[in-house]
Ligand binder design. Structure first.
Ligand code: MG
Length: 377
């Protein structure tokens, strides 16, 4: 079963304030758009993502991975239509879930409810019964009341059998509030599933703070630690955190023996409960002989991204009597920052000796420890 999430993000979102469209603004360290994409990317039943963007925003989206992009039209309807046509042309799915990018707090549970309802209906969407009393008003005065019976607030994702909603959009004339209206106009039955109060749509400036607070309540915070040791062998330099440091010995190892980067990589795997470097890159495999260790680190970072985590900070400690680490520490931080794509004020590389005690004290090798904190909201 092919299920595509069609994320509509072509709007300008000017009511939310800020200097650029709301989907590109920050929500707890990640853009609203990336937060929304991550939910669908991490959902086990979603097989592909189609993202509809404004043509002005294409450059901003260059770094996005695992998502097909097309440009939208001047209205939401036109944008959805453009996304559906792109899917029809390339890889038509069985089901499509059409979702507003401005609802980043959508959950797997809600997505599952919509998908489950599509087994028996050609359309399904989340709804919340209106619980507040409803008034009519004019010029600051209440002028009447409105029966709330049978009234619902609509949310997204709105899910459909792909062929049915494609035909509905192709024949739809004029504007529509959402895709349910388009579907119903074409005679498609749309089932209501229970919505989620937390699945709010960021619309006004205050909504960012509300969304961030709700997100904090569900934050998955992980800590990982890594430790590694490599022995010295004859040579004239060591590689630490990707930086070549002149020394009267080298480090012995299957790869480039970058003990510090190995400790850091293991810290990431540790936080994810994904074993260690040896599990992902067996030393018995000759292709890793002499390999630059950033391959391992990049793999661990990509794995954390795939699982929806962002790295909050890292702290690496290198333990040796020599070489001196201090003069190279900033270059090491910068190198790690490039690989991990993390700001320098979140990266620490420091060193200590072991007061000439033990194997590092006897200058038999170098040890390294690393701690990492990762967040998923
Ligand atoms: Mg190692």
């Amino acid at each position: 079963m092919k299920i595509t999430a069609l994320i509509v993000a072509a709007g300008r979102g000017t009511r939310a304030g800020g200097n650029f469209a709301k989907q590109w603004q920050d929500l707890n360290g990640r853009s609203v758009l990336e937060t929304t994409l991550a939910v669908f990317q991490n959902h086990p039943k979603i097989t592909s993502l189609q993202l509809v963007l404004h043509s002005d925003d294409l450059a901003r989206a260059q770094h996005l991975q695992g998502v097909s992009i097309n440009t939208g039209g001047t209205t939401r309807n036109e944008s959805v239509c453009a996304g559906l046509e792109a899917l029809a042309e390339n890889y038509p799915p069985d089901l499509v879930l059409i979702h507003d990018v401005a609802r980043p707090l959508v959950t797997n549970v809600l997505i599952d409810r919509v998908i489950a309802a599509l087994e028996n209906h050609k359309g399904a969407a989340p709804a919340l019964a209106v619980s507040d009393a409803l008034w009519l008003g004019d010029q600051g005065l209440v002028t009447g009341t409105q029966d709330r019976g049978g009234l619902y607030r609509a949310q997204t994702p709105q899910g459909f059998h792909f062929g049915a909603i494609l035909d509905a959009h192709r024949t739809h004339k004029g504007q529509a509030a959402d895709d349910v209206e388009v579907a119903r106009g074409a005679g498609i039955d749309v089932a209501m599933v229970e919505g989620d109060e937390a699945n709010l749509k960021i619309t006004l400036p205050g909504d960012f703070a509300r969304a961030a607070k709700l997100q904090d309540q569900n934050m998955d915070i992980r800590t990982g630690s890594g430790y590694d040791v490599h022995a010295f062998c004859p040579g004239d330099h060591v590689v630490l955190c990707g930086i070549k440091v002149p020394h009267d010995a080298a480090l012995l190892g299957h790869s480039d023996a970058d003990v510090a980067m190995h400790a850091l990589t293991d810290a990431i795997y540790g936080a994810l409960a994904e074993g260690d470097i040896g599990r992902h890159f067996p030393p018995s495999d000759p292709q890793w002989k002499g390999a630059a260790s950033d391959i391992f680190l990049r793999h661990a970072v990509n794995l954390s991204r795939k699982k929806g985590f962002i790295i909050s900070n890292i702290d690496v400690t290198i333990i040796c009597e020599a070489p001196k680490i201090g003069p190279h520490a900033d270059a090491m931080r910068a190198r790690l920052g490039d690989i991990i794509e993390l700001d320098l004020d979140r990266i620490s590389v420091k060193a200590t000796t072991s007061e000439r005690l033990g194997f590092t004290g006897r200058k038999e090798g170098i040890a390294a420890m690393a701690t990492i904190t990762m967040l998923k909201s």
